[in-house]
Every structure is written in structure tokens, then in C-alpha cells.
Design a protein. Structure first.
Length: 90
């Protein structure tokens, strides 16, 4: 039996109501409770098969949330999204 393989996703969480995953942001809605915002963000990733496996606290109320999901035997992990270059192409 082969070892289980995983792909990982890291979310930067600002506890004032912002989650950023590779440049895509989820923001708290006006009038939304922080707990409801957290649940909405976690449920959204859970529906995509992501499982929260770790939290790395940072300074001033921020943290990195680490998620993983299993890969099928013939599947490859999604590549990281590149940071858009502000340099003009030559």
C-alpha cells in the first residue's frame, strides 16, 4: 500500500476580518460576527476538501492557517500562484 500524499494550502489570517490565500482575499461582511466569518471561511475550504491541520500564530493578531487534502495516486498538487510582476515584459 502506497503512502498517502497530500497537497497543502496556507492562509494568512488577520483577526480583524481578512483572510488571504495567494493574493485572493476573503473579507468580513458588514454586520457579520467574527465567529460567523471564521465559520464561513473554514466551511468554504472544507467544502473543497481542505482540512485545517495547523495554526502558526504571528504578531499583532495574525496567523498562518495550514490546510491539507489528500491527492489521488495520479494527481499532482496545484502549483503556487506566481506574484504578478510590476516590471514590463521585454
Amino acid at each position: 500500500m502506497a503512502n498517502q500524499r497530500y497537497e497543502y494550502r496556507v492562509a494568512y489570517v488577520d483577526f480583524r476580518g481578512r483572510v488571504s490565500i495567494e493574493g485572493e482575499e476573503t473579507l468580513i461582511k458588514e454586520g457579520e460576527r467574527m465567529t460567523a466569518f471564521g465559520r464561513r471561511y473554514l466551511n468554504q475550504l472544507g467544502a473543497q476538501g481542505w482540512e485545517l491541520v495547523g495554526i502558526q500564530s504571528q504578531h499583532m493578531g495574525t496567523a498562518f492557517h495550514i490546510f491539507r487534502r489528500p491527492l489521488a495516486e495520479d494527481q499532482q498538487a496545484e502549483p503556487a500562484k506566481p506574484i504578478p510582476s510590476s516590471q514590463p515584459e521585454v
